[in-house]
Ligand binder design. Structure first.
Ligand SMILES: NC(=O)c1ccc[n+]([C@@H]2O[C@H](COP(=O)([O-])OP(=O)(O)OC[C@H]3O[C@@H](n4cnc5c(N)ncnc54)[C@H](O)[C@@H]3O)[C@@H](O)[C@H]2O)c1
Ligand SMILES: [Zn+2]
Length: 429
């Protein structure tokens, strides 16, 4: 793990580099552009070819969908303890979603017109669940669970299948428990293209949700316009900010948990306590010995982890706001005071006991969060993103009359006579 102190040369440059913009590289942009093009021209045939190339599976176009039988088998295979865990997580998700959903409202404006907003669920959405490295059961819930809470009638799930053509039964169970109506065994950028553009067998959706690797994220970005999207949730990251009160064992555990997410993970630890850095390092070494994937985690830490000794605690908060971490663990005295100063983090875990993993699986807010600096411009996935918004305007005779003078003035300036007339005619009549 890289360790830098504010006294070191290179510190300023490193910190400046943490002020990121989520701009994809040329290579990913081109690869994904090509995939979208192929799917739009060759539809299901392209999906079958990419499944063979990237997921090493031979499928026929008729085998792209998970069958009702496969779901039924998954339901039987899944252990009661898994069913309980899925239910516990869905319960919190549903309650959290209910509270963040937008509600219809109206009021009378200055001229006496009734104006308001109406919210209706999207008709058909797509939910991508990554499947490249692990069956992300929790991600199925943290996306589709919100669609269900918002009462979206049609939810198309997409996830890559294994070389034997099957999808992990726990994942199938979770998708079905979260109310997904159809599931395609398609991964990567090609899945996003298929959901956005449609193919012979796959009907297109109105909006696409869910995280993925850089190919998935880039496909969502390129297809905005054909569909809308939730956000750009890519490879996971954590920033831990602690003062001298930080518990080194807990901090080490969170950093190791984050590293477990894999190759592209970014893991940062910021503190104004030099003593804590040494303690956390030793705790990491101690805990690594007890973990089954120690070698792998060590590699991820070497590649993506950094520790910074900042001069003042507020420097850490400033770096955090520039970095816009997906997850922030904030452990310090006066945590509520410092909390107010954090603006760009996707999700904040407050205090020593708030393990990020509880948010990953259970707490209620979606773990689908902006990464790569996108937290400056996007928020995490929310239930109200599954609602389409429409405004409603209703005029009474009095409101038309009261509106006339202002409308006529705008109509005159903009040279739109017919607009003025369409209102005056209602007053005269
Ligand atoms: N930000 C969040 O909220 C959040 C939540 C969960 C997961 N994630 C992230 O999602 C990611 C999941 O990644 P993953 O790879 O395991 O699964 P994935 O399903 O996103 O990607 C697998 C697919 O990528 C495509 N692919 C692989 N190599 C390719 C190549 N060279 N060219 C073109 N396409 C290629 C293949 O089609 C494959 O099916 C992780 O980085 C994880 O951190 C983020
Ligand atoms: Zn995690």
């Amino acid at each position: 793990m890289k360790i830098l102190s504010f006294r070191d040369t290179g510190y300023e440059r490193f910190v400046a580099g943490l002020n990121r913009r989520a701009i994809p590289g040329d290579d990913v942009r081109e690869v994904v552009g090509g995939i979208i093009d192929e799917v739009s021209k060759r539809g299901d045939k392209a999906l079958v070819d990419y499944a063979e190339r990237f997921d090493r599976v031979k499928l026929k176009p008729s085998e792209l969908f998970v069958t009702a039988d496969e779901i039924a088998v998954a339901r039987k295979l899944v252990a009661p303890s898994t069913k309980r865990a899925v239910a516990a997580s869905l319960k919190n998700i549903t309650e959290f979603a209910k509270r963040s959903m937008r509600k219809d409202w109206s009021y009378r404006n200055a001229e006496g017109a009734r104006v308001g907003e109406r919210f209706t669920p999207f008709d058909r959405v797509g939910v991508y669940v990554p499947g490249g490295k692990a069956p992300l059961v929790s991600t199925a819930l943290m996306t589709a669970g919100f669609a269900k809470a918002a009462k979206v009638p049609e939810v198309l799930g997409a996830t890559p299948c294994g070389p034997d053509g099957t999808v992990n039964p726990e994942l199938l169970y979770a998708l079905s428990a979260a109310g997904v109506s159809e599931i395609i065994k398609v991964g990567g950028a090609q899945a996003i293209a298929a959901m956005a553009l449609g193919t012979k067998t796959i009907r297109p959706v109105d909006r696409i949700f869910g995280p993925g690797n850089r190919f998935v994220v880039e496909a969502k970005r390129q297809l905005v316009g054909a569909v809308s999207i939730d956000l750009l949730p890519g490879p996971s990251e954590v920033l831990v900010i602690a003062d001298k009160t930080g518990n080194p064992d807990f901090i080490a555990a969170d950093l190791l948990a984050q590293a477990e997410h894999g190759g592209d993970s970014v893991i940062g630890f910021l503190t104004n306590s030099k003593a804590l850095i040494g303690k956390v390092e030793r705790a990491i070494e101690r805990q690594l010995k007890t973990l089954s994937r120690a070698d792998y985690i060590r590699e991820v830490l070497d590649k993506g982890a950094f520790t910074l000794l900042v001069k003042k605690f507020e420097d850490a908060i400033e770096i955090c706001n520039a970095f816009a971490p997906e997850h922030l663990s904030l452990v310090c005295e006066d945590e509520n005071g410092w909390l107010k100063k954090v603006r760009t983090a996707g999700a904040i875990y407050l205090g020593p006991l708030s393990a990020v993993a509880v948010g990953d699986f259970l707490a209620g807010p979606s773990h689908t969060l902006p990464t790569g600096g996108a937290g400056r411009s996007f928020s995490g996935l929310r239930a109200d993103q599954f609602q389409r918004r429409t405004s409603v305007v209703k005029l009474t005779a009095k409101a038309v009359k009261n509106s006339l003078e202002t409308v006529e003035e705008f109509a005159r300036i903009e040279g739109l006579d017919a607009h003025g007339r369409s209102v005056s005619i209602r007053v005269e009549g």
